[in-house]
Design a protein around this ligand. Structure first.
Ligand code: SF4
Length: 291
């Protein structure tokens, strides 16, 4: 029987562990290279409308300039992280049938990718929340949200496309903030009054030099740390949700116990193998080429 997105119900999704929330491009129909739109900037060398394949996309869904993305002006492609949404949409929600094999499915598949990416991002943060909290009530709230999110991705595609993301975002944000408070309170204050005065959520710390300072338990949520020198700093227990680390320096920095860090944030920064990363994140290959 021909597959249509209207009657699709995804096969039972595997439990979405942190490992399954990492991109697996070989199981994806290059959804980030087609569904998303880009404007010509320092991060992306050309204008590309949403819903159209990038001109560098090969017929087998690989990238023809994969090994030279940065020198060719496509740095944004080395920073982007779909949180594993690409393979989930391609292989589970649309059952391994590509937009190329069934072009009429693109009108649902591309918007579904954008929604599922947001859901996977929420699951990424919730996975950390559940390992960092000691409060059983908080754990229950996290479990409830995981169930709602996973349920949304294993039901009817049309329901997924009309999901109320705003309310879900608000509920996830609330529990993440509670876990942040709990975690940060468990780290001793730095005793550095000057640092405490500038380190606040959303702070503009662009280009500042903080070499070897302690940010233990700091709240850097949404802070602007573009090109900030954080070499040798300790960010254990620091809330880094949404912090902008483009071109920040991380050589020798301890991020191993930082809270809500993503691979995309790491990919945007500069460093080498001396950075201490959380176990779920990996050293970007381009760090080895930087000075
Ligand atoms: S340059 Fe390569 S990785 Fe970037 S969008 Fe185009 S095909 Fe995808």
């Amino acid at each position: 029987m021909p597959f249509t997105s209207q009657d699709s119900t995804a096969s039972a999704s595997p439990v979405l562990t942190r490992e399954s929330l990492r991109p697996n491009c070989s199981n994806c129909f290059a959804l980030c290279c087609t569904a998303l739109g880009f404007s010509r900037t320092a991060d992306f060398a050309l204008d590309k409308p949403a819903g159209t394949p990038c001109q560098n996309l090969a017929s087998d869904f690989s990238c023809t300039i994969h090994d030279s993305l940065r020198p060719r002006g496509f740095r944004g492609c080395t920073v982007f992280d779909c949180f594993g949404a690409g393979q989930n949409v391609s292989q589970n929600i649309f059952q391994g049938i590509s937009w190329k094999a069934r072009p009429e499915m693109a009108k649902d598949m591309f918007p579904a990718f954008k929604i599922v990416r947001q859901l996977h991002e929420m699951l990424w943060y919730l996975a950390e929340a559940t390992t960092r909290t000691f409060d059983p009530d908080t754990s229950q709230r996290v479990d409830r949200l995981n169930t709602i999110i996973e349920g949304a991705m294993t039901g009817d595609v049309q329901q997924l496309l009309t999901l109320d993301l705003g309310n879900l975002h608000a509920d996830v944000r609330s529990v993440l903030m509670d876990v942040s408070e709990e975690v940060r309170a468990s780290y001793l204050a730095t005793g550095d009054d000057h640092l405490d005065a500038v380190v606040v959520p959303g702070a503009d710390l662009m280009g500042r030099k903080f070499r070897s300072r302690s940010f233990r338990g700091a709240n850097l949520r949404g802070a602007y740390l573009i090109a900030t020198d954080l070499r040798g700093c300790d960010l254990s227990g620091a809330d880094l949700l949404g912090a902008d680390f483009r071109d920040a320096r991380f050589e020798g920095t301890d991020l191993s116990k930082a809270l809500y860090l993503t691979q995309s944030q790491i990919n945007a920064a500069k460093s080498d193998s001396s950075t201490h990363l959380p176990a779920d994140l990996s050293t970007p290959t381009h760090w080895h080429d930087q000075t």
